[in-house]
Design a protein around this ligand. Structure first.
Ligand code: C5P
Length: 284
């Protein structure tokens, strides 16, 4: 019997994100290219007599609201088991940042439990959509994917090979719900960027330049209106010729570098302007 499963739960960035419609259920239809980066939480799941979720350091999720516990309950419910497991999460991904940290933990819990409970037959991506819109991508295990619908349709794309980005955290938290609620019709226009990236990945013709030219996000407008630090960070970076794009609903921003050296150069420049910046590789 499998005793415990330990996994890395990576952060994601949205290389491009288009909101195409508002749905009757209050959610929005999206088209986005997601990619993991080499910044990850550590998730360990073990069989246990009841459900325990330990998150360190404590990120202050309200009881019952953390996605990892919900993942245990959803999978257990789907296969008619008791929701009993010991889940330990070591957080490294900032919370409510647009990096999908909580969703990645939930995706990792689903994958670990399917192994422990020996249920490789369960469609984890479909179950994941009932936990949160970003969870299906992580449940799929893809490193890069074209994601559509509310987030429940995940089409994995070929890994582009070594690609380097710089992640910038302007400070502050943004609730995804608030950012979507502040979206106006003239914020839209990123769909062409999403399609260009999806096609580039599918054909294996992705370059840093293609990524930079198409890194558009329809949620940038509303996120900037709700969090002035985003526009300030982008303006500061622009003075040095660096374009910062928004990941998800923010506030995290990213720049696409030419290579690792360039990522370190951009990181140094941005830090000198007072921004919190870290170089990362895509994938991982
Ligand atoms: O699915 P999740 O719980 O992560 O979504 C948080 C909130 O973000 C939703 O309540 C909704 O207001 C908004 N959202 C949306 N359309 C999506 C994903 C999220 O409107 N595709």
């Amino acid at each position: 019997m499998t005793r415990a499963v330990a996994l890395l739960a990576p952060a994601k960035i949205n290389l491009a994100l288009a909101v195409t419609a508002k749905r009757a259920d209050g959610y929005h239809e999206l088209r986005s290219v997601f990619a993991t980066i080499d910044l990850a939480d550590r998730v360990r799941v073990a069989p246990y007599r009841r459900l325990v979720v330990r998150i360190a350091p404590d990120v202050g999720a309200p009881p019952g609201d953390e996605l990892a516990g919900r993942a245990v309950r959803v999978l257990a419910g789907a296969i008619g088991r008791e929701p009993a497991a010991f889940v330990q999460i070591r957080k490294r991904i900032p919370v409510a940042a647009g990096l999908g940290g909580g969703s990645s933990d939930a995706g990792a819990v689903l994958r670990a439990l399917a192994t422990i409970w020996q249920r490789p037959d369960v469609d984890l991506v479909a179950l994941a959509a009932t936990i949160g819109s970003d969870v299906p991508f992580f449940a799929s295990g893809a490193r890069v994917a074209f994601v559509s619908g509310r987030g429940e349709r995940v089409d994995p794309l070929p890994d582009p090979g070594e690609t380097h980005v710089v992640i910038v955290r302007p400070g502050g938290r943004l609730a995804t719900r608030d950012v979507f609620a502040a979206l106006q019709s003239d914020d839209r226009g990123a769909a062409g960027g999403v399609d260009a990236l999806r096609d580039g990945f599918a054909r294996g013709t992705v370059t840093p330049r293609l990524l930079r030219e198409n890194a558009r996000n329809d949620l940038l407008g509303p996120a900037e209106r709700l969090c002035s630090a985003i526009a300030e960070a982008r303006a500061r970076a622009a003075e040095h010729g660096i374009v910062l794009s928004l990941s998800g609903s923010g506030p995290t921003l990213f720049a696409v570098a030419d290579d690792r050296r360039d990522a370190l150069r951009i990181t140094r420049l941005l830090r000198r302007t007072g921004l919190v910046a870290h170089a990362h590789a895509m994938g991982g």
